[in-house]
Design a protein around this ligand. Structure first.
Ligand code: 5RP
Length: 231
């Protein structure tokens, strides 16, 4: 059986072949993106000149520790490529992201990038989004009312789902880098991700959701047979 970490690293290594000297990069979050930052740092140590915008404080700390030069979207509002993982990837390259809780910064950084390259092992490919619980980032104020409004939207969009307030392993509520909370919606199957994404944005209190529609340019999918570029 192939080691899942080896597959993630294969996808990350293939993504590195898209990186050229002088590029401005969005640096994703999660275990697959972590491999990419590790490999990128090796190239930087060998002389590659790039600058990165991290999508989380965890990625920032990793990149700083490894000597990858960083910038911000205030200093560098347009990026060439973002390389990031995903929790689910459908045939149209729509994604569910946010399993690591970084969806807000991940979406802002991806939207500021000319291209978003998704890196993943083959287990992330699905026919329809929704089996992975959809992360919805919400403001702490009015949580109960926001939760009820989200539940109505999910029902109206054909995917009624229990909502779970995300907690850390120690039982404390998970708080995002932006100071918000996350409700995970166990939809099972999302019939129309475009409609659901738009309707979630109309709920006051919803800061962002983990549906990434039309943002990915391609996906690098690693399986034991090799890393394949899709899209
Ligand atoms: C973090 C994310 C991650 O990219 C996603 O959860 C995939 O992570 P991993 O590579 O560890 O499977 O969206 O918010």
């Amino acid at each position: 059986m192939t080691d899942p970490e080896a597959l993630k690293r294969d996808a990350a290594a293939k993504a590195l072949t898209f990186v050229e000297d002088g590029m401005r990069l969005g640096l994703g979050t999660g275990s697959t993106a972590k491999h990419f930052v590790d490999l990128l740092a090796e190239r930087v140590q060998a002389g590659l000149k790039v600058v990165g915008v991290p999508t989380s404080e965890v990625t920032r700390a990793q990149a700083e520790r490894l000597g990858v030069p960083l910038t911000t979207l205030d200093e560098t509002p347009e990026l060439d490529i973002t390389i990031d993982g995903a929790d689910e990837i459908d045939p149209a390259l729509n994604l569910i992201k946010g399993g690591g809780g970084a969806l807000l910064r991940e979406k802002i950084v991806a939207a500021a990038s000319g291209r978003m390259i998704v890196i993943a092992d083959a287990s992330k490919r699905v026919e329809a989004l929704g089996r992975f619980p959809l992360p919805i980032e919400v403001n702490a104020f009015g949580l109960g009312a926001t939760e009820r409004a989200i539940a109505k939207v999910l029902e109206a969009c054909g995917c009624p789902a229990p909502l779970t307030l995300r907690r850390k392993a120690d039982g404390h509520v998970f708080v995002t880098d932006g100071g918000h909370m996350i409700l995970d919606a166990a939809c099972i199957r999302i019939p129309d991700p475009v409609q659901l994404g738009a309707r979630l944005h109309s709920v006051p209190g919803v800061v962002e959701h983990g549906l990434f529609i039309g943002l990915a340019s391609c996906a690098i999918i690693a399986s034991p047979g090799g890393a394949e570029v899709v899209g």
